[in-house]
Write a protein that binds this ligand. Sequence first.
Ligand code: PEP
Length: 252
Amino acid sequence: MRKKIAAANWKMNTTLAEAESLLQTMQGFAPKLDENHIAVFGIPFPYLSLAGEKLGEKPFHFIAAQNCSDKASGAYTGEVSVAMLQSVGVRYVILGHSERREYQQEGNALLAAKTDAVLQGGLTPIFCCGESLSIREAGTQDAFVQKQIEESLFHLDAQQIKQVVIAYEPIWAIGTGKTASSAQAQEMHAHLRSVFAKQYGDDVAAEISILYGGSVKGANAAELFGQPDVDGGLVGGASLNAEEFLTIMNAL
Ligand code: PEP
């Protein structure tokens, strides 16, 4: 059974004191999670160890980094390797968020290399894809997102692709308060699953978790997650509010 996942993405937010307080509150919660319904916390690098201490011991809670290097080690000033992340208890790595694609010029080829590095290190990539508003208005979103997937992931074999979590995040819905309708989300998720099915077969495609991201909040999570191909969410703004994120975890 594919996993249902509530994934928080704190982005570049919180001071140490704020992070500590948010993690402390989360530590006190008892969300309805189990082996197939899990929570993942995408925390800024400086607080990853702290997050591991606060949440890493809680069942079905996992810590994620928001990025990593495609290189194993060496003279890459300012970069963070998969081995470093693994050594502080990180289990997931968010890759290819649209903000990194836009501000750090991360392209499909680099993201293919980062995906390989994460998988080789035994961690799970949360691979983000999604179209801009102009692409959506032109009606070419299916082909655009398919190309992102093909160019970054289709070199993987069936065993590897099953380890990858996909996050479909239409850029026009990220941080804008404009959520894709549950029908729009379901339509793209079904398309993506059919893209995986064509390449890897129906059984493999059925095992891939595909999350939706873009202004998910407590009030809309249940409807979005109720769609047959929506396996949870990648949540930015609302994940900085402990109660909102608790509602989102419970909506799984
Ligand atoms: C995100 O950062 O991945 C995201 C979806 O942000 P928000 O929930 O704030 O739209």
